[in-house]
Design a protein around this ligand. Structure first.
Ligand code: PAF
Length: 281
């Protein structure tokens, strides 16, 4: 992989990089398309990063569909697939971690201590190996994208971090590899995240600016679904990830909800432009 990366840089060919944990869906393929549009070669990685799963989480059962994924990536025009083994990424004696302070402990970081430190570390390692001009991430994991952008800025990384739109199922459910865990009843219930965020979108379009009322309405909506257990519903500043009381600048409405044993996240982007608020699901 290093040899491929060095050669591309030496020949002045730009590389777009799509890091994944496999179990690919249309969201990942949209990142590949974005990478292809902006790069002369595309590299994807598949690495189910063990360190970003807590002992009680789903590392063992995380869907692994390597053969189908490789074929999809090839069909989508990916030039190289990097699929290292855990022992290559974390050789014996591994000790170095990257922590993006302040952003990593909030929201998902509260429910998943250590998760973002592990994500930042593995992404930095992958960027170091692949040496892309641009790396592509989905906005569904918006806190992850924010943390990676901060890390790239703070460490002067020579890769631009590009954040791409959320891809949704026809009924609004954000695409996620973890959707594969849902049984048919849970799959129907899982649309509650989209419905709650869509409710917030409609309220904002009608003039609601009070963050507490918006989050209360999202919580109420989640509580109508018997299979859903709310982890958090928050309205935060998109830069600091700190809670806001009124909409201003660029904000995010974020949800983390357990449907049965599956934890799902989703968000609504809210941007103030000339006094008007535009929302993107
Ligand atoms: O979003 C993911 O799939 C993972 O967190 C990532 C960025 C590939 C790091 O393991």
């Amino acid at each position: 992989m290093r040899q491929v990366a060095r050669q591309a840089r030496a020949e002045g060919r730009s590389t777009g990089f799509v890091p994944t944990m496999g179990a690919l869906h249309a969201g990942h393929l949209s990142l590949v398309r974005a990478a292809r549009a902006e790069s002369q070669q595309v590299i994807a990685s598949i690495f189910v990063n063990p360190t970003q799963f807590a002992p009680n989480e789903d590392f063992q059962k995380y869907p692994r569909t390597f053969e189908a994924d490789s074929k999809e990536l090839e069909d989508a025009g990916v030039d190289y697939l990097f699929a290292p083994e855990p022992a290559e990424m974390y050789p014996q004696g591994f000790r170095t971690w990257v922590n993006v302070e302040g952003l990593s402990e909030r929201l998902d970081g509260r429910s998943r201590p250590g998760h973002f430190r592990a994500v930042a570390t593995v992404v930095l390692k992958l960027l170091e190996i692949v040496q892309p001009q641009r790396a592509f991430f989905g906005r569904k994991d918006t806190q992850q994208a924010r943390i990676i952008r901060q890390m790239a800025r703070d460490l002067h990384l020579d890769s631009e971090i590009v954040v791409c739109p959320i891809i949704r199922e026809p009924d609004g459910l954000a695409m996620s590899s973890r959707n594969a865990y849902l049984n048919p009843k849970e799959r129907r219930a899982a649309t509650i995240l989209f419905r709650a965020l869509d409710g917030a979108r409609i309220s904002i379009a009608r003039g609601e600016r009070d963050a507490l009322r918006l989050t209360a309405a999202m919580r109420d909506m989640i509580s109508t679904e018997p299979l859903a257990e709310l982890d958090f519903a928050e309205l935060v500043d998109a830069e600091t990830l700190e809670a806001v009381t009124r909409l201003r600048g660029v904000c995010l409405a974020l949800l983390a909800v357990r449907i049965g044993t599956t934890r799902l996240v989703d968000n609504l982007l809210i941007e103030e432009r000339e006094g008007e608020f535009q929302t993107t699901l």
